[in-house]
Design a protein around this ligand. Structure first.
Ligand SMILES: Cc1cc2nc3c(=O)[nH]c(=O)nc-3n(C[C@H](O)[C@H](O)[C@H](O)COP(=O)(O)OP(=O)(O)OC[C@H]3O[C@@H](n4cnc5c(N)ncnc54)[C@H](O)[C@@H]3O)c2cc1C
Ligand SMILES: *[C@@H]1O[C@H](CO)[C@@H](O)[C@H](O)[C@H]1NC(C)=O
Ligand SMILES: *[C@@H]1O[C@H](CO)[C@@H](O)[C@H](O)[C@H]1NC(C)=O
Length: 545
């Protein structure tokens, strides 16, 4: 008893001492970080025109910060703000941001289109971390070469809509296979993979990258050859967290499309047999001819089958009748148009024009949202689909599920060809998403996503349970901040192998090659592998004391 009491007293006093020291250290830290912030700002203003730099005190700071925030969850008075925002108009400005940031201990967040699901391109989850935002919105030229080979150089700050528009204007027979939402930024999208209505015919956006311009952690400007094979492999799908540097522009291969494509949407309610048709869709959609893509939006009591066919209605109808008669597609469902028109039609609706895809703001982007994802490798049973409708989609706070079928070109490449490993054997991707209008709805609405994700575990991919890196979700895990802000490779495997499977290790090795000090780091960036090994050794030394 006595011994225990005295030892607990000494533990308590040790704790007090430790706490006092912690306060001292952290106040030192805040002082020094304050000083280094000022030095950082001074360094920046010396190296680039004033009008490209927005410090917190600038009257335009709030509007520049908000300009591409796509989720108001991360624009609250208590969200950590950057020290400043830099808006480069050429490569040397981005290089200067890195050089000044390194010199004065300020980290950078890189923002292209601002659609990051966790807002990591402009906010930090870590209290007290000084950071600046490099916003690439002013670097957005698109230069198309009709070829052959047909290619485009596109800057990261361009939107997918701007890229599609430029491609469509150059030729009615060319396209680029990437996401549906025209306001998504090229920089983040290509960094994390990128897929849309052309994925079965042509694969991922990142699969089409043939060159890139990267500013590394030393401030050097590198291309495909000078960055090296592993880093060029890594940035094409494994850089969703802004882990390897700032990619300023990309050279991409364009793909051919026929002059006429056909879109259709067929909605089936549960009463009209949605459960059976959905169960059937799981085997049919990933095995259709590559020219035919049929995704599903499942919401409330309805499954909407949304399709793009690379050809005419006359050619489509026999395929649908033969392969998927249960959906009952007929001539009245068909809408024939050009590919570029289909881009506007599919995302913005029948009233939209091709010019509307140039609009950098969209109404959908202003609502609160939370999402996460799964991959399905074995069809989910009919009974489970019935339960999903009655138990989950019928809830008053329910969101929606988006099912994108794979197979075709995306499945043709080996898992290690790019960091994106969700290829052969995947039937489809599920995105769980919920939207709401005011902060007070967050618990119920985001909670629905979390609870449904828990429910789905037995029905989806396992060991690891796979997820799509571009649907970033911090609930899957976060980097551990250790001494000197070094991230742990082992801890990172929890989320890293969901996104990248076995490729996570190779990404961590590429990271060591290009940024061994882990300058480009955030809550879900790739940790450098070698640093972890050193840490493990240190921990062993500690224990042996
Ligand atoms: C409404 C909406 C619709 C979507 N639709 C699709 C879809 O159809 N298909 C699909 O695949 N995905 C889709 N997504 C997901 C989208 O692909 C990702 O959110 C993507 O990362 C967004 O890129 P961004 O440049 O807009 O985002 P940002 O927030 O600017 O960046 C995302 C991440 O990439 C990093 N990053 C950004 N630019 C660079 C750069 N130049 N160099 C290095 N790192 C960088 C950022 O630091 C951040 O970590 C959608 C997202 C939203 C919000
Ligand atoms: C970038 O812009 C600066 C002006 O801020 C200019 O001095 C410099 O020459 C430009 N660099 C390039 C490569 O265009
Ligand atoms: C762009 O879209 C927003 C949101 O839908 C709309 O308010 C705005 O008027 C549009 N701008 C243009 C130029 O069409």
């Amino acid at each position: 008893m006595h011994v225990e009491a005295s030892s607990s007293t000494s533990v308590a006093s040790l704790r007090t001492m430790a706490l006092a020291m912690l306060i001292m250290i952290s106040s030192l830290f805040f002082h020094s970080s304050y000083a280094s912030s000022n030095d950082f700002l001074r360094c920046l203003s010396a190296s680039k025109p004033k009008q490209l730099l927005f410090a917190q005190s600038s009257p335009r700071f709030p509007s520049v910060l908000a300009s591409s925030v796509r989720n108001p969850r991360f624009l609250t008075p208590w969200t950590a703000r950057p020290l400043c925002i830099v808006t480069p108009t050429n490569a040397s400005h981005a290089q200067a941001a890195v050089v000044c940031g390194r010199r004065h201990g300020v980290r950078l967040r890189v923002r292209s289109g601002g659609h990051d699901y966790e807002g990591l391109s402009y906010r930090s989850v870590r209290p007290g971390a000084a950071f600046a935002v490099v916003d690439l919105a002013r670097l957005r030229s698109v230069r198309v070469t009709r070829g052959p080979p047909a290619t485009a150089w596109v800057d990261s700050g361009a939107t997918l809509g701007e890229l599609y528009h430029a491609v469509g204007r150059a030729s009615g027979r060319l396209a680029f296979p990437a996401g549906l939402c025209p306001t998504v930024g090229v920089g983040g999208h290509l960094s994390g993979g990128g897929f849309g209505m052309l994925l079965r015919k042509h694969g991922l956006a990142a699969d089409h990258v043939v060159n890139a311009v990267l500013v590394d952690a030393k401030g050097r400007l590198l291309d495909r050859n000078s960055m090296g094979r592993d880093v060029f492999w890594a940035i094409r799908g494994g850089g969703g967290g802004g882990s390897f540097g700032i990619v300023l522009s990309w050279k991409v291969k364009l793909v051919p499309v026929p002059p006429t494509v056909t879109v259709f949407t067929v909605a089936k309610s549960v009463q009209e047999g949605a459960v059976d048709i959905l169960a059937k869709w799981q085997e049919v959609a990933p095995a259709l001819p590559d020219d035919l893509f049929v995704r599903v939006l499942v919401q409330g009591r309805v499954a909407s089958f949304q399709s793009l066919y690379l050809g005419t209605c006359d050619a489509l109808l026999p395929v649908m009748r033969h392969r998927f008669p249960a959906l009952g597609v007929n001539r009245k469902h068909c809408k024939e148009m050009t590919w570029i028109q289909s881009v506007a039609y599919v995302y913005l609706g029948s009233g939209a024009t091709v010019e509307d895809i140039l609009n950098r703001t969209s109404a959908v982007d202003a609502v609160f949202s939370k999402a996460t994802s799964d991959y399905v490798r074995r069809g989910i049973s009919r009974d489970t689909w019935a339960e999903i409708f009655t138990r989950w989609l019928a809830k008053p706070d329910a969101g929606l599920m988006i099912l994108d079928p794979y197979g075709g070109k995306i499945a043709d490449m080996p898992e290690s060809a790019t960091p994106f490993p969700h290829r052969g054997g995947v039937l489809y991707n599920i995105q769980y998403m919920n939207f709401w209008e005011g902060a007070n709805e967050e618990a119920a609405r985001a909670g629905w996503v979390r609870d449904l994700y828990t429910f789905m575990e037995p029905h989806v991919s396992k060991n690891p349970r796979q997820a799509y890196a571009n649907y970033k979700d911090l609930w899957l895990g976060e980097n551990v901040v250790g001494a000197g802000a070094i991230r742990s490779f082992e801890a990172g495997r929890v989320w890293g192998e969901k996104y990248y499977k076995g490729n996570f290790r190779r990404l961590a090795m590429a990271k060591r090659e290009i940024d061994p000090d882990d300058y480009f780091s955030n809550e879900q960036s790739i940790p450098p592998l070698a640093v972890q090994l050193i840490l493990t050794n240190m921990a062993q030394v500690d224990r042996s004391y």
